[in-house]
Design a protein around this ligand. Structure first.
Ligand code: SME
Length: 156
């Protein structure tokens, strides 16, 4: 098995903060964050955002193959992250009841809710083509990155 190249998360967090500072447009921010995460995180096959709209999740800015457009709240890994308002770290998607398979290559996944003024407005979703791709250290770092976006959005 190819070893996972560790992401320099402290550097990535700083790069993201400077990439989105002075910007208030949600789609522009999430598009650039998807792109930099895709460039910086090893062994992933999809990274992007789903946006809350009319009480469901709708596909937002992403990098990867085309994906499912609508996800009901409480369904799949993304919808569960919203209904539980909690990061979902899934070591093996096939063992997650109700996992929505958009890309047959995906084997593990992490989904982090993103808030504006205390309400979930989106989720960050990252898929990997290997099981157990994401560790607790990735979870902590990605939650910090989502918090950087939340801070920026709270000013707008
Ligand atoms: N697997 C996700 C659906 C989105 S794709 O991974 C891009 C889920 O179960 O919610």
């Amino acid at each position: 098995m190819t070893p996972i190249k560790e992401t320099n998360y402290p550097l990535l967090e700083k790069q993201i903060a400077s990439l989105i500072e002075d910007e208030s447009n949600l789609i522009a921010i999430l598009s650039n964050v998807s792109a930099i995460l895709n460039d910086s995180i090893d062994q992933i096959n999809w990274v992007g955002f789903y946006l809350m709209e009319n009480n469901e999740l709708i596909l937002g800015p992403f990098q990867g193959h085309p994906a499912c457009v609508h996800i009901p709240i409480g369904k799949g890994v993304c919808g569960t992250a919203v209904s539980e308002n909690k990061t979902q770290l899934v070591e093996d998607v096939h063992a997650f009841p109700g996992h929505i398979a958009c890309d047959a290559n995906s084997k593990s996944e992490i989904v982090v809710p993103l808030h504006k003024n205390g309400t979930i407005i989106a989720v960050l979703d990252i898929d990997a083509p290997i099981t157990n791709r994401f560790k607790d250290s990735d979870k902590i770092a990605l939650e910090r990155i989502v918090n950087v976006i939340e801070q920026q959005l709270s000013h707008s």
